[in-house]
Write a protein that binds this ligand. Structure first.
Ligand code: ZN
Length: 215
């Protein structure tokens, strides 16, 4: 899991979702109440398996020479309260954060959004770092919601997945659709997709699309 989490940070850079050290990936260690997360303040090209940090689900450091990411409390809160989540990603990606700065959910006006998010990308509350407020805001917004990404107001994106790679994919897709819908808005009012078509697209993409994995 350390290798997977360390390597996935390169995807945040590749897709232009992060600057400096402001974004992080974590992954739950299967079978243990532990997760791997980025060390605080270490640049993306210096991340290695060795400097990854292991924390328990209360965010306490269990293993590693560095202190964990300053967003560790939010990741830990999600793992404690959403047992099916195996990966969490946080970014300040530009277009998605611009929607967050305006306090507006991204409306579902693209079939790719219906596929990946099953509807809008919702807005979470304004919350300050330092306690469980960010984690609570993420969980309250995403629990029972189809979307695997939330725009935390005035802040940025948190995304979740069954594993860290799925959470990174949600972060990448979130920025992509936030950008496209923003561009569409410059030209006029984007057309909504009827709810039953959103439901059909979501169902197809989640259950039929892609290669079947062997069971
Ligand atoms: Zn942040």
């Amino acid at each position: 899991m350390k290798t997977i989490v360390a390597d996935l940070h390169a995807e945040l850079v590749r897709y232009g979702l992060v600057v400096w050290t402001a974004g992080n990936v974590s992954g739950r260690i299967p079978g243990g109440d532990l997760f791997v997360i980025k060390p605080s303040g270490v640049s993306y090209d210096e991340l290695t398996v060795e400097n990854m940090v292991v924390c328990d689900l209360d965010g306490n450091l269990v293993e590693g020479a560095h202190s964990p990411s300053s967003d560790t409390a939010a990741h830990a809160y999600v793992y404690r309260n959403m047992p099916d989540v195996g990966g969490v990603v946080h970014t300040h990606s530009t277009y998605a954060s611009a929607w967050a700065a305006r306090g507006e959910a991204v409306p579902c006006v693209l079939t790719a959004m219906a596929d990946e998010f099953g509807g809008e990308i919702p807005l979470g509350p304004f919350a300050l770092i330092g306690d469980d407020s960010i984690g609570q805001g993420i969980v309250e917004t995403l629990k029972g919601h189809r979307s695997k990404a939330v725009l935390m107001q005035n802040h940025g994106v948190f995304s979740i997945g069954k594993d860290p790679k799925a959470a990174v994919k949600a972060a990448v897709m979130c920025e992509d659709v936030a950008r496209t819908v923003h561009v569409a808005r410059q030209l006029g009012e984007p057309l909504p997709i009827p709810q039953d078509d959103i439901d059909r697209l979501y169902d197809r993409y989640q259950n039929v699309y892609g290669q079947r994995s062997p069971r």
